[in-house]
Design a protein around this ligand. Structure first.
Ligand SMILES: [Zn+2]
Ligand SMILES: [Zn+2]
Length: 265
């Protein structure tokens, strides 16, 4: 049973989870919910059922808040084996993938699952995108934090086109190398072919120039302006949303330690 808990002091979230982060697709997948044509074959979409729980907007309780609201997770799978296909994709292929993701997000909007979206892909692993939508954490800022950040990129800017900008963030997240976003306020579910093509070309440029293991993540929160984070290594999508995955139960640990302390030996 997975559970979200909120730290009342620093307002960060933990996910108590039995599951370790890792390649989701190496766990058995069955019954895809949708097939989409791609490169002479099909992309298959799988709902990750163990995470799908009724979403709640508020965590329960008064001081210690916890909830089993897990939002939604699905895998968008191009290839059922480990490969480095992403590195050989053309800009057209990546454009098509981005449009598929954008359309998925548009469809999921109908279900009120939450506003925290991460669609991540480790380029050297399985050929799939891990799409997570969560109702937590809640980000209520008056102005769009993405648009605001763009006023201060200064000497952290590394790339710019008419539509896109890439920069190193002022206070990067762990493993974060680069952040890419649109100069104009744009939600991920409104990425069109023209924009997708621009993004695709830049992602190809990055995979060629940054020769290390990287994860791309399309991320969006309450402000509804997407960003693409480029991170080194294979990153857990829960981690990307700023939530710590904890693989033990505080209550069970307390019980074990108490038993040891009570043991007279
Ligand atoms: Zn795998
Ligand atoms: Zn914005």
């Amino acid at each position: 049973m997975e559970e979200f808990r909120l730290d009342p002091v620093d307002l960060t979230f933990d996910l108590l989870s039995n599951e370790k982060a890792g390649c989701r697709e190496c766990m058995p997948l069955k019954n895809s919910i949708k097939s989409i044509e791609f490169k002479g074959g099909y992309i298959k979409i799988y709902e990750v059922k163990d995470r799908v729980q009724p979403s709640k907007y508020q965590l329960e309780g008064t001081f210690f808040k916890h909830s089993n609201a897990h939002g939604y997770e699905e895998l968008i799978v191009e290839n059922e084996k480990h490969s480095s296909n992403f590195l050989s994709y053309s800009a057209d292929d990546i454009e098509k993938l981005l449009i598929i993701i954008s359309e998925r997000l548009n469809e999921l909007k109908n279900y009120d699952l939450g506003k925290n979206i991460s669609v991540s892909r480790y380029v050297n692993g399985h050929d799939y995108w891990d799409l997570v939508v969560l109702p937590v954490p809640m980000h209520n800022t008056e102005k769009c934090h993405v648009c605001e950040s763009l006023n201060y990129t200064g000497n952290r800017e590394v790339y710019k086109t008419e539509k896109l900008i890439a920069y190193t963030p002022f206070s990067p997240k762990k493993n974060e190398l680069l952040r890419i976003t649109t100069i104009k306020h744009t939600p991920a579910e409104e990425i069109d072919n023209v924009l997708a093509f621009d993004i695709a070309n830049f992602l190809i440029k990055i995979t060629k120039k940054i020769k290390k293991d990287i994860t791309f993540c399309i991320k969006q929160s309450g402000a509804e302006h997407f960003e693409i984070e480029v991170m080194s290594g294979n990153i857990d999508p829960i981690d990307i949303l700023g939530i710590n995955r904890i693989n033990y139960s505080p209550e069970e640990t307390a019980k074990k330690i108490s038993e040891k302390l009570a043991d007279g030996k």
